[in-house]
Design a protein around this ligand. Structure first.
Ligand code: ZN
Length: 155
């Protein structure tokens, strides 16, 4: 008899390591611990998934132990990264109607969220984030247009 379960969590580490999807160095990883219970013992298999914030989407997934919160956290991490790793995202919620995202061309299977970004000076930007399933990465939309460049510094 076996009783499989998985747990996952995010770790930060140094030195930085290249993302598994691109050359970008990152210090974030998602660790999944799979536990398989046997009659007299259980085997534990760790899996480390290193992805930069652009590629690090962790959607709800029972196999990998990812929860809805993991998905929201990965969206927030991406938005903050796009803003030079400064500020915070106090609010993220998934949206069903992707046609609500301005400047986005509908592609079947993509997922979207509304995210509120708050800059260090308190200025707020209501944005949309899309995860492109074909591209395996996030896209950011602010003020009605897609943001294609990551901010190196907050103005
Ligand atoms: Zn990457």
């Amino acid at each position: 008899m076996s009783n499989d379960q998985a747990q996952s969590f995010v770790i930060t580490f140094t030195p930085a390591h290249p993302c598994f999807s691109c050359e970008r160095l990152t210090t974030h990883a998602h660790v999944t611990i799979s536990i398989t219970a046997h009659d007299k013992y259980s085997s534990i298999d760790p899996h480390i998934d290193i992805r930069c914030p652009l590629h690090g989407y962790y959607g709800p997934d029972t196999l990998n132990g990812h929860t809805e919160q993991d998905a929201l956290d990965s969206v927030a991490r991406f938005v903050i990264w796009m803003h030079a790793d400064k500020g915070r995202v106090p609010l993220v919620s998934s949206i069903e109607d992707l046609s609500a995202v301005p400047d986005y061309e509908l592609d079947e299977g993509d997922m979207a969220w509304h995210a509120r970004y708050e800059a260090p000076d308190g200025a707020r930007i209501d944005s949309y984030v899309v995860y492109g399933v074909d591209e395996w990465k996030f896209f950011l939309y602010e003020r009605g247009v897609q943001v294609t460049e990551r901010r190196e510094e907050v103005a």
